[in-house]
Design a protein around this ligand. Structure first.
Ligand SMILES: Nc1nc2c(ncn2[C@@H]2O[C@H](COP(=O)(O)OP(=O)(O)OP(=O)(O)O)[C@@H](O)[C@H]2O)c(=O)[nH]1
Ligand SMILES: [Mg+2]
Ligand SMILES: [Mg+2]
Length: 293
């Protein structure tokens, strides 16, 4: 069809590709969830139904998009980490962020009745903002996820103590806030234990650690954790490491390799765990998550 005289407006659109060869983290956060949670009578400090709903929506997004290597969620936020070599949507920022954000929101609303059968959604309906950040090194992504998990711990310890003072200690919210001003973690642990017989260490891992979602390849790929160093694959990996040590050219994958990986990703189970991702153990056990596998 011939171009219309209006078509020149297209030239005003700006390309927005994200930096190549970097991990892409897309973080979503619920809009005004302070009032949304009150309007829907979430239990305090943690509403297990709401957290399961967040996880179910995030797991559905991870299933839809095999390029997501891992996701981490706490409270009303979720971070999705895309593989360094992803070419999904030509790495266009707006397309990536809006797709992840709107799919997540759709799933959240769609699944709501399963998790809140007695509580109909009341407008303003839930919405989420989203942003993308590129991280060049694996260490940066590890630190990003550690930052979110450390935040989860700090907030959960504060909220658990705050609501114990209010719900069990009979304080007003203002009094509880005053009581906790300037306290350190050990003080909050002490308040919980001495006044309410709560040992913070025994609180559910779900609340203390947040939720980690990833594909579990242990059944699909038994050798993932310990590749045989004499295998052709290991030799190729060494050759590639030597090459990238001098050139750092982003690795192009063949179509067959991409197809193979897609099939493998489809077979793998998407799991939700509440585990430490700050220490090395989680990553050493699952090298495929942020590595090249
Ligand atoms: N009661 C309850 N509230 C929760 C729970 N999870 C999240 N929230 C609420 O959601 C808020 C999330 O915090 P923020 O994301 O910083 O604040 P927000 O109100 O969503 O505001 P914006 O993100 O700036 O739009 C918390 O402060 C809580 O009030 C929960 O499990 N139970
Ligand atoms: Mg929010
Ligand atoms: Mg938040």
């Amino acid at each position: 069809m011939a171009n219309s005289k209006f078509e020149y407006v297209r030239a005003f659109e700006r390309p927005d590709p994200l930096l190549p060869n970097t991990f892409i983290v897309i973080r979503l956060d619920g809009r005004s969830f302070h009032s949304f949670s009150a309007r829907h009578a979430f239990t305090k400090p943690n509403d297990i139904r709401a957290l399961h709903l967040m996880n179910a929506a995030a797991a559905a997004v991870v299933r839809d998009l095999p390029d997501i290597a891992i996701a981490y969620g706490v409270s009303d936020e979720f971070s999705f980490v895309l593989r360094r070599e992803t070419t999904l949507f030509e790495r266009r920022e707006a397309k990536l962020v809006t797709t992840v954000c709107s799919s997540f929101t759709s799933w959240y609303v769609f699944l709501w009745p399963q998790f809140f059968p007695e509580t109909p959604l009341v407008p303003p309906l839930p919405s989420f903002d989203g942003r993308a950040v590129c991280y060049p090194a694996l260490g940066n992504v590890r630190d990003y996820l550690s930052w979110r998990q450390a935040d989860c711990h700090i907030n959960n310890l504060y909220n658990t103590t705050f609501w114990a003072l209010v719900q069990q200690g009979g304080m007003t919210t203002q009094e509880a806030e005053e009581e906790l001003k300037g306290t350190f973690a050990k003080d909050k642990n002490e308040i919980l234990f001495s006044r309410f017989k709560i040992n913070y260490n025994n609180e559910p891992e779900f609340f203390k650690k947040g939720s980690v979602i990833f594909r579990d390849y242990t059944d699909v790929l038994p050798s993932a954790a310990a590749p045989d160093s004499s295998s052709p694959a290991a030799a190729a990996a060494t050759a590639e490491a030597q090459e990238t040590a001098t050139t750092a050219v982003p690795r192009e994958k063949s179509k067959t390799q991409i197809e193979k990986e897609k099939k493998r990703a489809k077979k793998a189970q998407v799991v939700v765990e509440h585990v430490d991702i700050i220490q090395d153990a989680f990553w050493e056990k699952r090298p495929w998550i942020l590595g090249d596998r």
